[in-house]
Design a protein around this ligand. Sequence first.
Ligand code: A4P
Ligand code: MG
Length: 165
Amino acid sequence: MNKNRKFIVYIGLGSNKNNPKEQLQNALKEIKKKITVIKESSVYETEPVGNGTKNFYNMVIKAETELSPYALLDLLMKIEASFGRNRKKEKRWGDRVLDLDILNYQDIIMNDYRLTLPHREMFNRIFVLEPFLEIEPNAKILNKDMAKRLTILKRVKEYYIEKKA
Ligand code: A4P
Ligand code: MG
């Protein structure tokens, strides 16, 4: 990849264990050491989707980086691990101290054993779309209007989400 070119990425942060709000703030500090964060959403308290037992705290950031998609994934996984995350002991979609997902990377569409872009679940999740639209209100991804998508999701399911800070 061209070394000097900067790419726009959106990253979703989530935590529901061991003081989740603090985990998000500390994770953000680590991320900022390596990539340029341009926008940060508020932090939202959200109902767990899947096998989680406690409410999550979620936020979305927009950033600029020269890292390739795989290098960015490696960086995020390294940060998750440094926060004590141990995938082998976790249930899929269960409780976790820190989850960092690449939601979108420039206009790249890809799907392999390590990485799916845009993130395969972002279109189905209010806890992603609400903070994402706060920082990118007119966003279209894969030609889909994300604000319309969020309206539909909210109509289909009652879901607890509250802006905290
Ligand atoms: N992977 C593929 N594409 C990506 C991508 N775009 N970004 C691979 C990051 N990782 C990606 O992820 C499994 C594998 O996905 C990784 O090894 C990576 O190579 P994981 O984080 O180890 O496992 P997971 O998180 O249990 O699975 P998954 O499918 O990533 O789950 P999600 O989508 O991250 O959901 N409820 C609320 N309210 N808030 C939450 O934040 N999060 C989850 C986890 C469930 N319920 C939640 C929340
Ligand atoms: Mg994940």
